[in-house]
Design a protein around this ligand. Structure first.
Ligand code: AMP
Length: 394
């Protein structure tokens, strides 16, 4: 069979990340990043095989950025048509209640993504910039939107509904949409495949700079920690996660803060960053080893929050078969996994300390054979997941 590939695009407000993926083989052929779009000097990095080509210079807008990327595919390779491109897959954070799966992008879908900007103000406008220019510059292949919220559209009403005034919630579409759904769907699917079992009660902990937990029963999400926006839930690199909403009223009344300032405070200046000054878990870890009390407290708060979600989701599912760690810190921070699992020993969970300490890019079990709960590390691969979802519509 001839190779079929998907160019996966994740467009941010001043960046475009991309990867050319062969979904059937599960491999990446080329990848790159355009950064600092619209600033004085931009930066482009394109990787193909052993070659990395970097360009510094102004990239005035997303259209210019993508044009330069397409030129790099021609110059450095691989040639997109020879590589068998059949679709472009676009990551979209907020799909609201409209999208419970991927969608071929036409005018109507693009308009829906635009209509959802108030619910995804930090992400959807940036995705639209990428979608608009990509559809124009690569009009010979279908473009598919893959939504971070889609996996959680099937949440039971009891999990998706806030106990907020019904009229207000309906009028302003306030409910739990979740996020990181592409990763939770991919990782929970990999766990089922790896253990060769479909009948699993799973908790997936996606612990990266953004962090979220999900409860998945027999392949269907039944709860997740991110809410109306990715702000709710776990402690994150820069986000508070759960916090009493009355803190907002207090800051408005007492500190006279503007909503935009509180938005920035809760989304960017809090979490690990707010507690320690650093949002990078590696730095927080090394400061703990040096005896830093702020960092120790931050990790304790982080693990305490995780523990509460694991307990809550076990109760929601009426049991628990697997806990899976994924994303930057979940995949790499063995101390974090050890600290959480130590707090769960009362359940009969037993971590295999040696396996926990092994570094690997492969999916693996890190609990002992007699552990009541199977603990796994499964690397997430959102680009591959997006490419696979895009292929289902081609
Ligand atoms: P992501 O958003 O998935 O790219 O994950 C980023 C987060 O993973 C950052 O907080 C990193 O510090 C963390 N991370 C990456 N590698 C490690 C590591 N070896 N140990 C601890 N944390 C790590």
């Amino acid at each position: 069979m001839t190779q079929q590939t998907v160019l996966v695009i994740n467009s941010g407000s001043s960046s475009i990340k991309y990867q050319l993926v062969d979904p059937a083989a599960g491999t990446s052929l080329a990848s790159g990043l355009v950064e600092r779009i619209g600033e004085e000097t931009g930066h482009i990095e394109h990787k193909f095989g052993d070659v990395t080509r970097e360009i510094d210079g102004p990239v005035p807008d997303h259209g210019d950025g993508l044009r330069k990327v397409l030129a790099l595919f021609d110059e450095v390779g691989p040639n997109l048509h020879e590589a068998g491109i059949v679709a472009v897959g676009h990551r979209v954070v907020q799909g609201g209640k409209f999208f419970s799966g991927p969608a071929i992008i036409d005018e109507a879908v693009e308009q829906k993504i635009r209509d959802l900007c108030p619910l995804g103000p930090l992400h959807n406008p940036a995705h639209l910039k990428g979608i608009e220019v990509a559809r124009e510059l690569m009009s010979d292949v279908p473009h598919v939107a893959v939504f971070d919220t889609a996996f959680f559209q099937s949440l039971p009403d009891e999990a998706a509904t806030y106990a907020l005034n019904k009229e207000v919630a309906e009028k302003y579409q306030i409910r739990r949409y979740g996020a990181h759904g592409t990763s939770h769907q991919f990782v929970s699917g990999e766990v089922a495949r790896f253990l060769d079992r479909d009948d699993l009660k799973q908790i997936v902990l996606h612990l990266g700079n953004g962090a979220s937990a999900s409860a998945v029963v027999n392949g269907h999400a039944v709860d997740t920690s991110m809410g109306l926006t990715p702000l709710e839930g776990l402690v994150m690199g820069g986000r508070t996660g759960d916090i009493d909403p009355a803190a907002v009223f207090h800051l408005v009344r007492e500190a006279k803060m503007e909503i935009s300032e509180i938005d920035d405070l809760f989304n960017k200046q809090s979490g690990l960053k707010g507690l320690t000054g650093d949002n990078d878990m590696r730095v927080v870890r090394s400061r703990i080893e040096a005896g830093d009390a702020d960092c120790r407290l931050a990790m304790d708060v982080y693990v305490h929050r995780l523990l509460k979600y694991v307990g809550a989701y076990t109760a929601v599912m009426g049991g628990l078969d697997t806990i899976t760690f994924t994303a930057g810190a979940g995949e790499n921070d063995s101390d974090l996994r050890r600290e959480l699992c130590a707090r769960l020993e009362y359940t009969g969970l037993k971590l295999d300390q040696e396996k926990n300490n092994v570094r690997s890019k492969e999916a693996r079990v890190i609990s002992t054979p007699d552990s009541t709960i199977t603990v796994l590390v499964v690397p997430t691969n959102e680009e591959l997941a997006i490419a696979k979802q895009a292929m289902t519509l081609i």
